[in-house]
Design a binder for this molecule. Structure first.
Ligand SMILES: Nc1ncnc2c1ncn2[C@@H]1O[C@H](COP(=O)(O)OP(=O)(O)O)[C@@H](O)[C@H]1O
Ligand SMILES: [Mg+2]
Length: 385
């Protein structure tokens, strides 16, 4: 943990950073990792991949060596669903001297991937810059403690380190979230740092004036492509990053598994466990995939809403429907509760989106309702939209 960290390390935090949430997994990987580690990294690239993609039910000791006999039975769970080759390419990029830029639609787990990568590489995912329209250079590089600055002039003591300074100084990857929300001149602060690997502090003298990046330093940036309020990125900056596009999950089974797991985890954390009858999460995920693609699995054309139908939004609907079932229903997740909470996701930018979802119910859902079961219940709840 760096000294800029503001994370509540108590057990009562509403959300734990990845290195805390998965501390047992990280400790086991650290203990058994048999592979070479790059300078400044806590784990080998293979162990970083295992942390993100899981060990297929294998205890870490067995993953590290087939002949291992250990009482440590920690298994690494899969956290990122989708392209494992993408994970490898991200890790390889971070080993080189270019930054890693994760781009894609909102809710495709770009932030999650950047958090998992930094948690595994250095055990600290909190050295993060959050890009906004109001982000300043001070919040990226460093600023001053003005009382000390006035009393003693510029000195290391008066310097207030921001994430870029911390990352270069300590050899950590720096996360830059939503970089394209920052105006281009602020984004370009990174250009010289990424090529020269040195940060100049003109106010200081002697050695302190030039901060040379320690091994392990790199930048992982994320950017949403289909969002309002984003800026262009300069070509100079683009050239200093390798771009990786993160796509929505296409496989129905995988997405169902993920939404089920996330919804259970969040409802458990909210102390509102509900039973989830078979088929209900599948119905929710099918709705999202149909609306995302504009066509159902059986070939029925449907209109795509302008709202983003991401996995993250599907998890949010499952969570709301679950809380609804727990506090107002009989603690069972129903298709009707899903239908009730779908509107809140879809109705964001465009009033026409709700019409598109109603149309989806009148065509695709009506078609499936004839076979009875959860789809029939879902269709009957369409008035809740
Ligand atoms: N491919 C995926 N693998 C695992 N989780 C995913 C995936 N796609 C979406 N999610 C879910 O979406 C949530 C939000 O993703 P987030 O990282 O905030 O998205 P982004 O930064 O791309 O907008 C994640 O915490 C996870 O629950
Ligand atoms: Mg994000």
């Amino acid at each position: 943990m760096n000294d800029n960290s503001t994370v509540n390390t108590g057990r009562n935090a509403l959300r734990q950073p990845a290195e805390r949430l998965y501390q047992d997994e990280l400790a086991a990987l650290f203990e058994f990792d048999p592979y070479p580690k790059p300078p400044g990294w806590r784990l080998s690239p293979r162990a970083v991949r295992a942390f993100i993609a899981g060990t297929d039910g294998l205890p870490v000791a067995k993953w590290a060596s087939k002949k291992a006999k250990s009482r440590n039975k920690t298994v690494i769970a899969r956290k990122f669903y989708g392209d494992d080759v993408l994970i490898d390419r991200c890790i390889v990029t971070l080993l080189g001297n270019r930054g890693l830029m994760l781009v894609g639609e909102p809710g495709t787990a770009k932030s999650m991937l950047s958090e998992l990568l930094t948690a595994a590489i250095c055990g600290d995912s909190t050295n993060t810059i959050q890009g906004t329209a109001g982000t300043t250079e001070d919040q990226i590089k460093y600023s001053w403690n003005y009382a000390l600055l006035l009393a003693e002039g510029p000195s290391m003591r008066a310097l207030v380190r921001a994430p870029l300074y911390v990352g270069m100084d300590q050899g950590l990857p720096v996360r830059f979230e939503e970089i394209t929300r920052c105006p281009p001149e602020i984004q370009d602060t990174l250009v010289s740092v990424l090529s020269e690997k040195v940060l100049v502090v003109p106010e200081l003298k002697g050695e302190d004036r030039h901060l040379l990046a320690a091994p392990g330093f790199n930048i992982i940036a994320t950017a949403n492509i289909r969002d309002r309020g984003v800026h262009e990125m300069s070509s100079a900056l683009k050239r200093r990053f390798n771009f990786e596009t993160v796509s929505p999950i296409r496989d129905l089974r995988l997405e169902v598994e993920l939404v089920t797991r996330e919804a259970e985890r969040l409802l458990g954390g909210a102390l509102a466990p509900v039973t989830c009858p078979p088929g209900v999460i599948e119905l929710l995920v099918t709705t999202f995939q149909d609306l995302r693609e504009g066509v159902t699995a059986d070939g029925v054309q449907v209109e795509k809403p302008t709202a983003v139908m991401s996995t993250a939004e599907a998890v949010a609907v499952a969570l709301s429907a679950g809380l609804d079932a727990y506090y107002y229903g009989d603690k069972t997740l129903t298709p009707a509760a899903i239908a009730r909470h779908l509107g809140g996701t879809v109705m964001k930018d465009n009033p026409d989106d709700l019409k598109k979802v109603r149309h989806y119910f009148d065509t695709a859902v009506r078609g499936r309702a004839s076979s009875g079961g959860v789809w029939d219940e879902y269709f009957k709840a369409r008035r809740a939209l």
